[in-house]
Ligand binder design. Structure first.
Ligand SMILES: Nc1nc2c(ncn2[C@@H]2O[C@H](COP(=O)(O)O[C@H]3[C@@H](O)[C@H](n4cnc5c(=O)[nH]c(N)nc54)O[C@@H]3COP(=O)(O)O)[C@@H](O)[C@H]2O)c(=O)[nH]1
Length: 529
């Protein structure tokens, strides 16, 4: 724990930055979540209110339809009132149905005949629609108020619970709503403190500060427009807010810890590599290269390996790019050249093998490396013609300077190969400009043999092109018998390298392979011939 805290503390700016960024991201996400939840709430509220209003309009419409059947009886007679009561029974949102004359209620289903008749105060909000008039909060009797729908002589008294739950919800969530006719000229019911905002915007256009949702009835002439301010993280409960802050800080610290550990690891890997180079902890393994038709090893490729005492084996795919990035490749190439020449001299001379080493185009353009190589060859009395320098172009080196240097290296007697031919790095352009002794066909092309990839279509043309050229051709990454069979049938003089024959091995194992093969019909020949 202490070590972790030290790692975090050591790079305080990174820790503060990641924590601040995480906090900002978490808060933005929380705000977006609140906004989306509020939007859904307004939408659901508007739709529920529309459903409730639909039920109400439906009940009012039923009363209107039935009114003709009521009038078969004398208004306010016992039979008439009985019909009203029977109808009223089935409604949930209508409280009473009355018969009116000159703004006075003569009788109602619940109150029977009123004696004296009740003068109804109809001067509160009055909304005249096509065939009815809505009176909101009409004074019915002493301290009795109610919403009425008037048509003909009838007065429908709405239940006070029609919109009660919606009004409660409106208060709780600071929503507002308007129920208006479809052309929006008459507001039937309005509620909430932001009704004015809804009035100004009845077109369902929400923005970041105010949400609006409009739903219209399919059957009846009304629409519901609901709206309200979106909830915000700022108004969230203290518990939620502090939990989010805590989580953000925690995630921020974890991210900063990972970044710090990654930086440490990268730095330490670089240091470890430098240490390994200086303490000679890198070593070479060798992968045999076969003449396909003769089924004989005629060369070996030196491949660098690094086993760190703490981490274990580290792939060249990791440390070679690291060395390139940190400017350590000159040292690495010199180390590989020195070791390969020193280790394999006897084997090469005895079996007339050729040995390939990987160098970069940067090394090829370096006069220092040329001098180094010449000294190494002379000191070890190594046959220069048995050495192949494999170059891979990754940095986009200038072809003219490469051409000049290839000539200078070749004057020293060594051979030059293009590695990874067929990838974006090595192409026909190099073949036409440089005096090349060997072409190594990339594994991606070898892989296409016996598959339906595009490379397979190109392969026969590539083979017929290469067959007519001077350089030796090596197919890399052979893993299957089918690939060997194909190449034997179409390009028997090609060379092959890959796990089908052998993985890269320690030098003693390679020497062992030669001692086993020594009595086979193998005539040493010029490796590049
Ligand atoms: N400049 C230098 N680059 C070097 C040196 N040593 C290695 N490298 C480069 O590192 C890359 C990875 O190399 P490595 O992990 O050693 O892989 C080599 C072979 O093991 C692998 N291979 C060979 N046959 C097969 C096969 O049948 N299947 C399969 N999946 N992999 C196979 O290919 C690598 C050899 O590649 P190449 O150099 O293109 O011949 C790699 O880019 C090395 O070049 C070094 O000393 N200097």
């Amino acid at each position: 724990m202490q070590t972790l805290l030290r790692v975090i503390y050591r790079r305080l700016p990174i820790t503060l930055a990641t924590t601040a960024v995480t906090l900002a991201i978490v808060m933005i996400l929380a705000e977006a979540w609140f906004y989306s939840a509020s939007k859904q709430h307004v939408q659901a509220f508007s739709e529920a209110l529309t459903n409730r209003s639909n039920t109400l309009f439906n009940e009012i419409s039923t009363v209107k339809h039935k009114s003709q059947s009521f009038e078969l009886y004398t208004p306010c007679s016992a039979a008439f009132l009985r019909r009203l009561r029977l109808s009223l029974w089935s409604f949930t949102l209508i409280k009473d149905i009355g018969w009116m004359q000159n703004n006075t209620m003569i009788c109602t289903a619940l109150w029977d005949e009123l004696s004296p008749p009740l003068a109804i105060n109809l001067y509160n909000q009055k909304i005249k629609l096509k065939d009815s008039t809505w009176v909101i909060n009409a004074g019915i009797d002493e301290n009795i108020y109610g919403d009425l729908v008037l048509f003909g002589n009838y007065a429908i008294v709405l239940s006070p619970y029609v919109f009660r739950s919606f009004k409660d919800d409106t208060d709780r969530h600071q929503l507002s709503f308007i129920i208006s006719n479809k052309n929006q000229q008459h507001n039937i019911i309005t509620y909430g403190r932001d009704v004015n905002k809804l009035e100004g915007d009845k077109q369902n256009t929400s923005n970041l500060r105010f949400l609006v949702w409009k739903t219209c009835s399919q059957q009846y002439d009304f629409c519901v427009i609901a709206g309200g301010k979106p909830d915000s993280i700022v108004n969230a409960s203290a518990v939620l807010l502090s939990s989010l802050i805590f989580i953000s800080i925690f995630i921020g610290l974890l991210i900063s810890l990972s970044i710090n550990l990654y930086i440490d690891k990268k730095r330490s890997l670089e240091k470890r590599l430098l240490d390994a180079i200086n303490k000679d902890r890198l070593h070479l393994v060798y992968q045999p290269i076969y003449h396909l038709k003769k089924n004989k090893i005629i060369g070996i490729e030196a491949l660098l390996r690094w086993k760190d005492p703490d981490i274990g084996f580290i792939s060249p795919d990791i440390f070679i790019p690291l060395a390139e990035a940190k400017g350590l490749m000159t040292q690495i190439t010199q180390l590989v050249t020195r070791k390969a020449i020193h280790d394999t001299g006897e084997l090469v001379r005895k079996h007339n093998l050729y040995i390939s080493i990987n160098i970069s185009s940067h090394d090829l353009c370096s006069t220092d490396y040329l001098l180094f190589l010449q000294h190494a060859i002379t000191d070890a009395q190594f046959p220069a013609s048995n050495l192949v320098l494999e170059i891979t172009e990754r940095q986009g080196a200038n072809t003219n300077s490469l051409k000049e240097m290839v000539e200078r290296f070749k004057l020293s007697g060594v051979n030059i190969a293009i590695d990874d031919f067929g990838t974006g790095y090595s192409n026909l352009n190099w073949l036409s400009h440089l005096s090349i002794d060997e072409i190594k066909i990339d594994k991606s092309i070898t892989d296409s043999i016996e598959t339906d990839s595009l490379n397979k279509v190109l392969l026969p043309n590539l083979i017929s092109l290469l067959k007519n050229m001077h350089p030796t051709v090596v197919f890399e990454g052979i893993e299957k018998q089918a690939q060997v069979d194909y190449l034997l049938a179409h390009f028997p003089n090609a060379l092959g390298q890959g796990w089908f024959f052998s993985k890269a091995r320690e030098l003693p194992e390679i020497q062992e392979m030669f001692s086993q093969n020594s009595n086979e019909e193998y005539s040493p020949h010029s490796p590049m011939g």
